[in-house]
Design a binder for this molecule. Sequence first.
Ligand SMILES: Nc1nc2c(ncn2[C@@H]2O[C@H](COP(=O)(O)OP(=O)(O)OP(=O)(O)O)[C@@H](O)[C@H]2O)c(=O)[nH]1
Length: 807
Amino acid sequence: MAAAALNGLPETKYGSSTTHVISPTTNGRPNGNATTTEANSERVQIINDEKQFTTELTPQIQRWGLQNAGFDYNIVAVFGSQSTGKSTLLNRLFGTNFDVMDETKRQQTTKGIWMCRAKGMNVMVMDVEGTDGRERGEDQDFERKSALFSLASSEVLIINLWEHQVGLYQGANMGLLKTVFEVNLGLFGKKSADGRNQRTLLLFVIRDHIGTTPLANLQTTLTQDMQKIWDSLSKPPELKDRQLSDYFDLSFSALPHKILAADKFETETKELRQRFADKSRDDYVFKPAYHKRIPADGVAFYMEGIWEQVQTNKDLDLPTQQELLAQFRCDEISAVALNEFNEQAKSQKRPIELGKVVEGLGSMMRNWRTGALTRYDTAASRYHQGVYKRKRTDLIAVLDSTLSPYFLGQLKNLHKSWLATFKKEMLEGMRGDSYDFAEVVAHARERCEKRFLEGAKEALVEDTDWSYEEEFSLLKEEIKSVADQCRKDETKKMVNVIERNVKRQIAEPLELALNKPSPEMWNKVLKAFRETLDKAESSYLTKAKSFNCTEEENDKALAIVRKRAWLALRSKIDEQTADIAFLGKLRTFFEERFRYDEQGVPRVWKPDDDIDGAFKKAKDETLELIPLYSKISPTDKSLEFTLPSDSGDSLATADSDELDFPSTLIIFSETKAIDLANRFRKDADAYYVEAKRSTVSSVAQIPLWMYGVLVVLGWNEAMAVLFNPLYFAMLLVMGATAWIIVTLGLVGPVFQVAKTVANEIQRQLYNILRDQFSQPALAEPVRTRPLRDTQENDHIKEEMRIKREPF
Ligand SMILES: Nc1nc2c(ncn2[C@@H]2O[C@H](COP(=O)(O)OP(=O)(O)OP(=O)(O)O)[C@@H](O)[C@H]2O)c(=O)[nH]1
């Protein structure tokens, strides 16, 4: 009958053997278009003749619609001798369609182990090949293994036996049960992960119960038999005291003869079915305690694992099996969750790499992470809790390590972006003149740090050890260095402004002092300089307060202010003592003494005046000025100003040059002084010549009596003009012309023209005269000067030497 049933059935290649899935509506033929109802009643051979486990169970469970049942399903298996009506019973109880032996052939029907979904119940029913080894001789390998498998994987094991088998040790497969119990004591002995014993219901169904022996008696016999078997087991030492009741519940049911008491059989079967279907009954068989706690979608893998262990004769270890299963399933579920998570995360990878601050990244990351964990938890939490939790931790680690670069990238981008804003705000804040630097910096810094912290906190994901502190302190450092740089620039700017002010303020008093040479000249200069510098320093310190400059920075800046101010003074002095300007000063000084008398009235030299004496005195006095100007040397020593020679600073590159302060006190070198003296002498000599010449010109003046002579001599000519009509007419014309000029108010312009012409003529004449008179006068000084110069130069040198004595 079994052979007939298998003929022409769909086969699934399974190594060298086949696995069968059978749809009842196609009479054992595959039906791809089966309806849901049909699919529900499909059966599958989970272990075939070759003892191989099917690959079809998972898809079949799916087709049965149990994939997502979670724990809301049950497994029942049957154990018993061949041809004891096991398949018939299962079909009656669960509406399944397991093959039933053809009465006429009387041969083994069920081979291997089959599974079918119960009709109208979330129950997976296993029809197991009958025991007794009738077809396999003495080889009880398969029946032992299938029994072990049924016991380990089902919640309720129906032990099917004829009434007459009760009490017969061999006939009722008690020997086999003993072996199975013994081999699996390790399995049952170990507590499961949640600390409870794995319990199984052994439901004895006594077939062909005639009724002469009451069920209670049969029950007692069977219970005693089971107890005997239990007692005779060779238990591991640690499980020695364990009782049968610690692991098994026993339940009993009797069914009348199927043929002789067909009606009663049907009624009783229906009644028995209720024990599987009606959860409200006290004798409902699928108690939660029996459930293996394997989610429905993991049943196939779980069973395959058990079968593998049974096959390789390893000790069955349900918790290990559960763990293995959990590992497999949790990995699968985790991978699915992770895939989806990676897809979501990918979308924001590029923007972050490109340096963009992604708005709401934190909430996105939290959503992705929570989503992945929820997906994992929903499917994996039904599995072995230890494994589930371990794998969850692993998953969290992977999720966090994937998200961590996003977080770090976001921090870096926040850092970059807000630092740039900080710089911008600093520059904007420093526009115009009326800003408080410290306030601008504090404001910009506060805003920048606040925004960074907001962004960083938003990007944080709970339950991670992520921190933004490091990036935050980096940002703070950079903000500080930017602010410091700005402060340096500002200080530099301020020092430049102060320098310009010093230059402007020092210019006038300096000019005044230097244009009035006197021994107190440098006192005045330095006093003015000191006052200006004091003002500059206090103006710096007032402004520097808002810069939050340190004492050291202030000292440096002040040193620079002093140095720049000094150099400004020096450059102004240089301007005033440049060759031309200085010679001008000497000339003026000389002129004032030589060409003007004590009352400041210009001198008109007379032949008996002591021109030489006056000239020498004025020249000597003037030459004495050269040593005075040659060094900044106040007579009042309290006004002396000094600078440390190393006051250079990096604030301005120009200041980085070493300053040799003593050398800045020297205005002229000795050589320069001599050169200036010589040049001045030339000018002075010209004045001398001019004075001499003016004496000559006064000598050459026409005496007054000459004019009388001229009138006398010219009387006749005047009369001739008056009395000659032609000359007289000309005189009239000239008079008329004069009258017109006066009338038209052209006297001024005509006078001006005449004056210009006269001046030009006078100049020409003057040049001619000078050429005539100067030749012999210049020749003499050229010959005599070296001797005189040497003496005077020595005098200047000596003066300068005294001047240059250090303060
Ligand atoms: N006397 C009697 N015969 C039954 C009963 N139930 C079924 N049968 C008959 O017993 C024969 C074997 O029935 P199956 O249901 O195929 O028995 P099985 O235990 O599944 O057989 P294998 O799968 O080959 O081990 C069939 O001819 C049934 O009609 C019953 O309650 N009493």
